[in-house]
Design a protein around this ligand. Structure first.
Ligand code: IPM
Ligand code: MG
Length: 361
């Protein structure tokens, strides 16, 4: 197939704080490499986000950064936050940049795969047989629910605080469809997670999801209460294929799912809007305790790049080649500090990036 070269694809890299810059350096190396090998026509630039942006520009999400984000086809984000900014006002905290980007770009569909590499089944907190070949996808609604619901604030007498959990039909419907589409392409089972025994919002959620299921007769839909879902995830995670849930429940369940794979340093994520513009980021945070020491695992960032090539640019071959190179490196026993393994195969952050590039060849 001939490659369209008329329009260059624009990627914005937002390294952020802590280990963000280190892992983004490695993802950038891989990007430059595959861009050339597969003739992808991608250009990239960088901007400041998070605590570092606050230090330089006085805000975690500077206007220039937001503009650049709007102009880009896809964003690769490292991580934001750290103890240096923990005491800032809520509106100035580095995390606000993430929430701002999600809201401003309407990145409502958050895809968080939890895949266990067959070379790492001993890293899981569960027994290997419980998690062998685990491959589940959490679809989290990312721009609504209690994270963004109004009103929120403090009572006048400062004796109470409140947030609002709200979803409208349209918000539930669009994330529901993303989840059904994903399930359709996978093992055709979808579990919708809510708290319909207590929350009105969840009763609506369940209704809307059930309604959409009529358009996807091949997908087997089930509903599960969130407390049970948390338990089932650690009891028998392989019963799940795709899970769909709201913003807050998805935040919690995706951390549980991440831990099942043994290393949060391995997991990528995608946040997409309805134009397939996406922000891609490791599931891990900024890990300030190990920042700047070459100890971070760049694989989540590199796999986030692979997800970007697949979801935003349809470059499936280049994407698969990155995933394959990562598997090869792991099969050879190479590990970063966060993963158990032989000391003589321990690699620094940049050595891991370079090794993956070697195996791309
Ligand atoms: C996540 C994070 C964020 C969230 C924080 C940093 C705002 O925990 O992406 O899961 O709660 O969504
Ligand atoms: Mg989280």
């Amino acid at each position: 197939m001939r490659k369209k070269m008329d329009k260059l694809k624009q990627i914005l890299i937002l390294p952020g704080d802590g280990i963000g810059p280190e892992v983004c350096d490695e993802a950038r190396k891989v990007l430059i490499h595959v861009n050339e090998v597969y003739n992808l026509g991608i250009i990239h630039k960088e901007a400041a986000v998070g605590g570092i942006a606050y230090d330089t520009f006085g805000k975690p999400l500077p206007d220039e950064t937001l503009e650049a984000a709007r102009d880009s086809d896809a964003i690769l984000l490292g991580a934001v936050g750290g103890p240096a900014w923990d005491n800032l006002d809520y509106q100035l905290r580095p995390e606000r940049a993430l929430l701002g980007l999600r809201a401003e770009l309407d990145l409502f569909a958050n895809l968080r795969p939890a895949i266990l590499s067959k070379h790492l089944s001993d890293s899981s907190s569960l027994r290997a047989e419980k998690v062998q070949d685990l491959d589940l996808l959490i679809v989290r609604e990312l721009t609504g629910g209690i994270y963004f619901g109004e009103p929120r604030g403090r009572s006048e007498d400062d004796q109470s605080a409140f947030n609002t959990m709200v979803y409208n039909r349209n918000e539930i419907e669009r994330i529901g469809r993303v989840a059904f589409e994903a399930a359709q392409k996978r093992n055709k089972t979808l579990c919708s997670v809510d708290k319909a025994n207590v929350l009105e919002v969840s009763v609506l959620w369940r209704d809307v999801i059930t309604n959409i299921s009529k358009d996807y007769p091949e997908v087997e839909l089930s509903h599960m209460l969130v407390d049970n879902a948390a338990m089932q995830l650690v009891r028998d995670p392989k019963q799940f294929d795709v899970m769909v849930t709201g913003n807050l429940f998805g935040d919690i369940l995706s951390d549980i799912a991440a831990m099942l794979t043994g290393s949060i340093g391995m997991l990528p994520s995608a946040s997409l809007n309805s134009n397939n513009q996406g922000m891609y980021e490791p599931v891990h945070g900024s890990a300030p305790d190990i920042a700047g020491q070459g100890l971070a695992n760049p694989i989540a960032a590199i796999l986030s790049l692979a997800m970007m090539l697949k979801y935003s640019f349809n470059e499936n071959k280049a994407s698969a080649s990155i995933e394959h190179a990562v598997e090869t490196v792991l099969s050879e026993g190479y590990r970063t500090n966060d993963l158990e393994g032989n000391d003589d195969k321990k690699l620094s952050t940049s050595q891991m990036g370079s090794k993956i590039i070697e195996r791309l060849n």
